[in-house]
Design a protein around this ligand. Structure first.
Ligand code: MTE
Length: 328
C-alpha cells in the first residue's frame, strides 16, 4: 500500500515463487485439520445452543454441507490460483507474491483467540471449537483493495454477529477490535530490520458494533470450499465486503470489545490516506490515486468502482448521518 518491494521472498528464504506447489499447500491444510477433536466451546457460558452441525472432511480438507451464499448473482469467480498467489499480507513480505511462499510453513495449529474487554466473561476460544460449533456458509463476495484492484472470492465462514451474541458484550461495548498474531520468529515481516515496512505490529483493525453485527460481516475460515490457505489469513480472518480490503484482518488471535474507537494499523501509519471507516467509495479518492475505477484480476479493461463495493442496499443505512468525505 505504501511500500513496494519485489524481491523479498528470494532475499529472505532463497525460495523462488515457482517452487511452491499446490500439493504442499494442500498438505499443510491437511496437517491443520488432523487430530481436531474439539473441546466443548464455552460450555457453561450460555452458548450451548450453538448448532454442532458443521463437518470438515479430513480426507480432502473440504468443508461439506456448506450453506450456499445468496450473494453470488452474476459474478465470475477469480480463479483459485490468483486468489492464493496475489496477496497482501505484510507479516510475510510486502510483495504480492511473497505471502504464498513465506507463509508456506506457518503453523496454525494449535490456535486460540482471546476475547476480552467489555464482555460479561472474557475467555479464550480454541480454533477447533469454532470450526465445530458454527455452521459454515459459502459467501461469494467482491473484495476491493484500496490499491484499486479487486477479486471475487467464495469464502467459507460464519457471521461475526453469531460469535458476538455468544460472547455477550456489555452495554459499554461500542466497538470491536481485532489483532493478528505477533510473532516475528514465525512472521518474518514483523522484523523491522528485515523489511522496515513501518507498520506498528501487531496488525490491528476495528469496526463499530453495528458494522460488526451487520449480516454481511463474516469470520472466514476457508475459501473455494477448502481450509483457508496460509497466505489468505489462516486459520481465521475477518471479511467486511463493503470496506477496503485492509479492514479484513488476517490470522486473528485477539478480539476486544471497547467503549472507545480503537487504533487501526493503516490509519495509525498514514491517517490522511487510510481512514477508520474505509468504506469503498468511488467519490472519495485516495490522496495519491483515484478510487473511481478498479482492475478486476483477470480482466483487461478497468471497471467502475461501486459505492460500498456494490453492497449499498445492505449497508448504506448505517452511514446516513455520516459525512463520508470527512470520515473516509
Ligand atoms: N491482515 C494482516 N494481518 N496483514 C496484512 O498485511 N493486508 C490487508 C488485509 N488483511 C493484511 C491483512 C489487505 S491490504 C488486503 S487487500 C487483504 O488483506 C488482502 O487479502 P487477500 O490476500 O486474501 O486477498
Amino acid at each position: 500500500m505504501l511500500i513496494k518491494r519485489s524481491s523479498d521472498i528470494e532475499q529472505l528464504s532463497g525460495i523462488r515463487p515457482s517452487e511452491i506447489t499446490n500439493k504442499e499447500i494442500y498438505q499443510s491444510r491437511r496437517r491443520f485439520l488432523r487430530g481436531g477433536t474439539a473441546l466443548a466451546l464455552g460450555s457453561g457460558l450460555g452458548i450451548s445452543s450453538m448448532l454442532a452441525t458443521q463437518k470438515v472432511s479430513h480426507a480432502a480438507s473440504k468443508f461439506s454441507n456448506l450453506i450456499k451464499s445468496p450473494f453470488n448473482a452474476g459474478e465470475t469467480l477469480t480463479p483459485y490460483k490468483d486468489v492464493t498467489s496475489y496477496n497482501n499480507y505484510y507479516e510475510f513480505g510486502t510483495s504480492k507474491s511473497s505471502p504464498a511462499v513465506m507463509a508456506k510453513n506457518f503453523k496454525t495449529k494449535p490456535w486460540t483467540i482471546t476475547v476480552r474487554g467489555e464482555v460479561e466473561k472474557p475467555l479464550t476460544l480454541g480454533m477447533e471449537d469454532i470450526l465445530k460449533h458454527y455452521p459454515m456458509e459459502e459467501r461469494i463476495y467482491r473484495l476491493r483493495c484500496v490499491e484499486a484492484w479487486s477479486m471475487v472470492v467464495p469464502w467459507v465462514g460464519f457471521p461475526l454477529a453469531s460469535l458476538i451474541k455468544d460472547m455477550k458484550p456489555t452495554s459499554k461495548a461500542k466497538y470491536i477490535s481485532f489483532r493478528t498474531l505477533y510473532d516475528p520468529k514465525r512472521m518474518a515481516g514483523q522484523k523491522p530490520a528485515l523489511f522496515g515496512s513501518g507498520l506498528d505490529w501487531p496488525y490491528r483493525e476495528g469496526l463499530r458494533m453495528d458494522e460488526a453485527m451487520n449480516p454481511l460481516t463474516i469470520l472466514a475460515v476457508g475459501l473455494y470450499g477448502e481450509i483457508m490457505p496460509n497466505q489468505n489469513g489462516a486459520p481465521i480472518r475477518l471479511i467486511v465486503p463493503w470496506k477496503y480490503g485492509f479492514k479484513s484482518i488476517k490470522s486473528i488471535v485477539s478480539i476486544e470489545f471497547t467503549e472507545n474507537r480503537p487504533n487501526t494499523t493503516w490509519a495509525m501509519l498514514a491517517p490522511k490516506e487510510y481512514g477508520f471507516y474505509a468504506n469503498v467509495n468511488p467519490d472519495v479518492d485516495h490522496p495519491r490515486w483515484s478510487q473511481s475505477r478498479e482492475r478486476r484480476l483477470g480482466e483487461f479493461r478497468k471497471r467502475k468502482t461501486l459505492l460500498f463495493n456494490g453492497y449499498a442496499e445492505q449497508v448504506a443505512g448505517m452511514y446516513k448521518d455520516l459525512d463520508m468525505k470527512k470520515f473516509f
